[in-house]
Write a protein that binds this ligand. Structure first.
Ligand SMILES: C[S@@+](CC[C@H](N)C(=O)[O-])C[C@H]1O[C@@H](n2cnc3c(N)ncnc32)[C@H](O)[C@@H]1O
Length: 458
């Protein structure tokens, strides 16, 4: 047996895969696959390919996905700080295109941290509609929120809640829900040796129990006519075919939507989940059949004519009261913006947000961001947030300081240094090859650094 893989895992996979096991096992001798996904909210794939100094090869199942070389360190490049792409395992890039959320819809990612798939869903939504990205673990929710911010997602509410508490608040509310479930992570063994060590023979059964609980809440939140995508990065049938079999038995109004078998996607195996033939509509991405670490994906649809019984859009009073406090923000816009962000402004304490249209009342829920964070009202002035810089373009502001990625000034900016520079006084958008990195504030002969302290490169 391969020296790193758990023996019980190999025995089970051998029993399941029979003749195919040798190829599966051999795949563990290969290096892991590594990829980045272009953030189409900011740049097109073609533009990134011509701009970035990385070797990029297309991922067949994601028009915005590319294989790249870890040693070229794309995660340590200023374009990463600019949110032009997200480092993502290639098979994980299959999820969002299969759920395919549309601009204007209400979409939930129930287990969203660190945000690879949520930011991909956001790209499909093109800034229109409502995305709720939820993560139950507080520290992971914070990372999720930072990634939502870096990628310039404006129409996303980031919550830190348990699925039951969300289900209570949002019955039959969402058009599409992604449940990228916590799983035994067998598809992570090549990527992350720790996943190998943490695995136990009981993990799949324990994970399956939790997956059923999470899915029960997800189904409650799905509109009739809505779509639910269930995914894992593990191979255990208990967490894959058996879960779908359980879903179909527990919720007769759910049906499998067959997924296409192109790009080397294999059919799920009905015999591994009780035998019903519609399980074959789910797909398995195997590391020995395509270039990816492995995934299971099942798309389900709730029958019905697509009418939500959910909470109607709209929220409580509060905007009018806030209006008189907005004068400093409006003055900031007049002075520094050419295009003023449009939408529903709302103050939470001193912090100003632009809420996604149709955003529901959120009182009582743990919220990391209720929408697009524009900034905060200090005494007699408005301070723009990093999230504001990350979701606008250079054209939207009067003053920009642009540097090329090769210029040392970019790296000094990202380390938090002030840059010697002359220009119009005030808030200045620092850009790398035209793409926003954050704020600076111009004084007589220097650009003061407003790159967030927590993000600075040490
Ligand atoms: C596979 S990861 C999600 C990865 C994410 N979708 C992405 O693409 O970046 C599963 C997440 O579920 C969270 N989780 C753990 N237990 C949970 C529970 N009971 N309910 C909801 N989420 C849970 C984990 O903290 C983890 O962040």
């Amino acid at each position: 047996m391969h020296h790193d893989l758990p023996a019980a895992f190999c025995q089970r996979m051998q029993a399941l895969l029979a003749d195919e096991f040798a190829a599966f096992y051999q795949s563990y001798e290969e290096p892991r696959t590594y990829g980045l996904r272009v953030n189409t909210l900011k740049i097109t794939p073609a533009e990134l390919v011509s701009l970035a100094p990385f070797a990029l090869t297309p991922v067949p199942w994601a028009t915005d996905g590319f294989y790249c070389l870890e040693e070229q360190r794309p995660g340590k490049h200023p374009y990463h700080a600019a949110g032009l792409y997200y480092i993502q395992e290639p098979s994980a890039m299959a999820a969002a295109p299969l759920l395919a959320p549309q601009p204007g819809e209400f979409v939930l990612d129930l287990a969203a941290a660190p945000g690879g798939k949520a930011t991909h869903l956001a790209a499909f939504m093109q800034g229109q509609g409502l995305l709720i990205a939820n993560e139950v673990h507080p520290a992971r929710a914070k990372i999720l929120s930072e990634n939502i911010e870096r990628l310039g997602v404006k129409n996303c509410i980031v919550t830190n809640e348990t699925p039951p508490r969300l289900a209570e608040r949002f019955p039959a509310f969402f058009d599409r829900i992604l449940v990228d479930a916590p799983c035994s992570g067998e598809g992570m063994f090549r990527k992350d040796p720790a996943a190998c060590q943490e695995w136990t023979q009981d993990a799949p059964r324990q994970c399956a129990a939790r997956q059923r609980e999470i899915l029960a809440d997800a189904v409650r939140m799905l509109k009739s006519g809505g779509w639910l995508l269930y995914s894992t990065c593990t191979f255990a049938p208990e967490e894959n075919e058996e879960i779908v079999d359980w879903l179909l038995a527990a919720y007769p109004d759910l049906a499998v939507v067959p997924l296409p078998h192109n790009h080397g996607f294999a059919s799920a195996v009905p015999a591994w989940g009780g035998g019903r033939s519609d399980l074959a509509g789910a797909v398995r991405l195997w590391p020995h059949k395509l270039r990816g670490e492995g995934h299971f994906l099942a798309l389900l649809r709730k029958q019905g004519e697509g009418k939500g019984t959910g909470i109607r859009p709209g929220r409580k009073e509060g905007k009018r009261r806030a209006d008189s406090r907005l004068k400093d923000y409006l003055a900031f816009c007049r002075e520094f913006f050419t295009t003023v962000p449009e939408g529903d402004l709302q103050l939470f304490g001193d912090h100003l947000y632009l809420l996604p249209p149709g955003a529901p009342p959120l009182d009582g829920l743990k919220i990391l961001r209720p929408g697009w964070h524009l900034g905060w009202l200090a005494k007699n002035r408005f301070e723009p947030s990093h999230a504001l810089a990350m979701a606008i373009t250079a054209k939207d502001v009067r003053y920009t300081a642009d540097y090329s990625a090769a210029d040392d000034a970019v790296w000094r900016y990202l380390r938090g240094e002030a840059l010697p520079r002359q220009g119009e006084k005030g808030w200045t958008l620092v850009t790398v090859d035209g793409y926003p990195l954050g704020w600076g504030k111009q004084s007589a002969d220097s650009l003061k650094n407003h790159y967030p302290k927590g993000l600075r490169w040490l």
